[in-house]
Structures are given as structure tokens and as C-alpha cells.
Design a protein around this ligand. Structure first.
Ligand code: SF4
Length: 345
């Protein structure tokens, strides 16, 4: 009979601790896990003093998506990204859009998915004409072993790799991924500690550290997303602080996606974000000096397209996730010549 260990993949980035415990170093919870127990994400387990990833061969989503859906607007625009996920998450956001797969392991121990090998994933990405693999829908940090194997293989086949992340990975985890990770969208969910602790069961500080580190110490292309939840993170003062943080600590060229909230999961008693709040956030971002600001979850809005921050010319026209026109020339505005930051624009 197979031992429990043989069903799972030995984890990366952990160390043994006293009394057969293990310390996971993938995310900033840095769980100290007793023998036989799970980490907070409920998909990493200490079996006999060794940490194992329980989801390596349980892929719950695998399909091509427009890269714009991640959202990444300055990264190979108009291309498809083969998007994969496994179940589990290190956050517990009460308004999670993908709670059926992100929170199942936490709520009732459910881990479901198909055994699809990294070779099969990369083959499927190439066959379907994708230019990248996206690790998305749930938090990729908690399935880092699969990301790493797909990322390395994908690079050999000419594919880029992108994360859609809550930004809670450790610096060690970023360093671990930096060889194959080309792009990332980081959720900066709010600029107040209470929001992170109460609604996500996490902390703000490590997310800010991740954003600073990626911007200053790596060449990974980064975009940032903030879901505006009415009454929780949308005060003028907080949005001003958040936008100024991006400009000063990440750079004015980092695109900021302001996303419209709709009631979801456990957070059902609030209305959707008023469009006027998104518009006010847009103005605040511009006043702070951000070059590129976009609206999310508002189909058909003007805030979907890319404009030159210097002369105002429309550069990439979007209709939903479709690119109607891309006039960027060799990474520059064709009218005023200013450089437009991004990855293979
Ligand atoms: S990845 Fe999971 S086990 Fe590791 S520190 Fe984060 S929550 Fe804990």
C-alpha cells in the first residue's frame, strides 16, 4: 500500500523545526506546522516532518484567456494566456469572486482537480496559440511547485509566465520565481490595516514590501489592482495614500486597475461600487502622478483604453477584453514619442 507521502509533492521553501514541526516560507503567514497538520492555506501538510503540497497534480482550471482579463494591460496586449489554478488560498477575503475554488479546502477540506502534468499544460498552452501561462483564479503562491515546473518548461518553449497574486509571497518566494516569472498583477486591496485583518485575515505591511521589492529589485513587469468596496477602502484620504504609495514606491509607470465591486460570497449587504467612486479614484490617481489608470468590471468604459500620459493620444483601444487598435510603435507614442512602459507592447 502506498504511504500518504507518495500521493503528494514535496514542497519548496520550508525548513524543519523542533519536534517534527516545519516552517513554511512561501508566504508571509510563515506557518509553523505540527506533524500531521495543515498550513493556513489548507493545501500544504506536514507529513512525518516534511512539508508536502497537496494540490500539485490537482488542476481545477486550465483554459486560454485574454491577458487583459488578468488584468495585465501593458503585457503582450491582445494575446492569449493559458490560465491555470489549483484549489486553495492563503487569504480569506469575504468578497472573493472565486471562492468556490479558493476557499473550499479551508471551508470543508475539499481539494479537487485533474492530474495534468507540467508537460501537458505547456503543450496545451503552445497548441492553443498562447504567448504565456497565467497562474491565476486562486493564489499562485500556494501552488508554487506546479508554477515552478510549468514556468521553467514554458520558458524553454518560448512562453512568458505571469502571476495574479495577493502580494503575500515572501521575498524568498519572489527570488525563487524570478528566473521564469515575467509579469505579475498584485492586488493592493486597501491602504488600511483593519481592512486586511478583518476582511482578508492577513496584514497590509507584507503586501507593501512585496510591491516595493518587485519594483526595485526585479525586472518583473507589475500592475496593481484595487477593488473598491463601498465604505471599506474608498475614502479620498485612503485612496490618495494608496496612489501616492504606488508612485513613490513602485513608480508612476505601474498601471493601476480600479475595479468595481459586486456583492459576492459572504459580503452581500453592500451595493455595487458607484461609477462616481471609480471616477473620483481615477482623478486621485492622476493627481498623485500615475501615468496609467484603468477601470475593471465596467464593460465599455473609457477607462479600458490606454492613453499617452504626455500628449493624451489614444494608444490601445479596448472593447472589453478585445483590442480594437494598438498604435504603440516600438514601445513609444507615435505622436509625441514618449516611451510607453510595458512588456512586448
Ligand atoms: S503558503 Fe500556506 S502553509 Fe505556507 S506560509 Fe502560506 S498559508 Fe502557511
Amino acid at each position: 500500500m502506498k504511504s500518504e507521502k507518495e500521493f503528494f509533492k514535496e514542497a519548496v521553501l520550508w525548513e524543519p523545526a523542533e519536534d517534527a514541526k516545519v516552517r513554511c516560507k512561501l508566504c508571509n503567514h510563515r506557518c509553523l506546522i505540527d506533524e500531521g497538520k495543515l498550513g493556513r492555506c489548507c493545501v500544504r501538510k506536514n507529513i512525518g516532518g516534511v512539508l508536502y503540497a497537496l494540490t500539485y497534480d490537482k488542476v481545477c482550471s486550465a483554459n486560454p484567456d485574454p491577458i487583459e482579463k488578468k488584468p495585465l494591460f501593458h503585457f503582450q496586449p491582445g494575446t492569449q494566456s493559458f490560465s491555470i489554478a489549483t484549489m486553495g488560498c492563503n487569504f480569506r477575503c469575504e468578497f472573493c469572486q472565486n471562492w468556490q475554488i479558493s476557499q473550499a479546502a479551508i471551508e470543508d477540506g475539499r481539494i479537487e482537480g485533474q492530474a495534468i502534468s507540467p508537460e501537458q499544460i505547456v503543450d496545451a498552452a503552445v497548441r492553443s496559440g498562447c504567448k504565456s501561462i497565467a497562474y491565476t483564479y486562486t493564489e499562485p503562491t500556494v501552488f508554487m511547485e506546479l508554477c515552478n515546473d510549468c514556468g521553467r518548461l514554458g520558458k524553454e518553449r518560448g512562453l512568458a509566465n505571469v502571476f495574479v497574486s495577493n502580494g503575500y509571497e515572501t521575498i524568498e518566494a519572489i527570488d525563487f520565481a524570478v528566473e521564469w516569472l515575467d509579469g505579475i498583477n498584485v492586488d493592493l486591496k486597501a491602504f488600511n490595516e483593519d481592512y486586511y485583518r478583518r476582511l482578508c485575515k492577513a496584514r497590509l505591511g507584507p503586501v507593501l514590501d512585496t510591491i516595493r521589492y518587485i519594483a526595485k529589485e526585479t525586472k518583473i513587469w507589475m500592475e496593481i489592482t484595487t477593488l473598491l468596496v463601498p465604505g471599506e477602502n474608498d475614502s479620498e484620504d485612503e485612496l490618495k495614500q494608496l496612489a501616492e504609495f504606488i508612485v513613490e514606491d513602485a513608480g508612476a509607470d505601474v498601471p493601476w486597475h480600479i475595479s468595481r465591486f459586486y456583492p459576492q460570497y459572504k459580503y452581500l449587504d453592500s451595493a455595487a461600487t458607484p461609477i462616481s467612486s471609480l471616477e473620483r479614484a481615477y482623478e486621485i490617481g492622476k493627481e498623485a502622478g500615475l501615468h496609467y489608470i484603468y477601470f475593471g468590471n465596467v464593460p465599455g468604459a473609457k477607462g479600458e483604453s490606454t492613453f499617452c500620459y504626455k500628449c493624451g493620444r489614444m494608444l490601445i483601444e479596448r472593447a472589453g477584453y478585445r483590442i480594437a487598435a494598438n498604435d504603440v510603435e516600438n514601445g513609444r507614442c507615435p505622436d509625441c514619442g514618449v516611451e510607453i512602459a510595458g512588456f512586448e507592447l
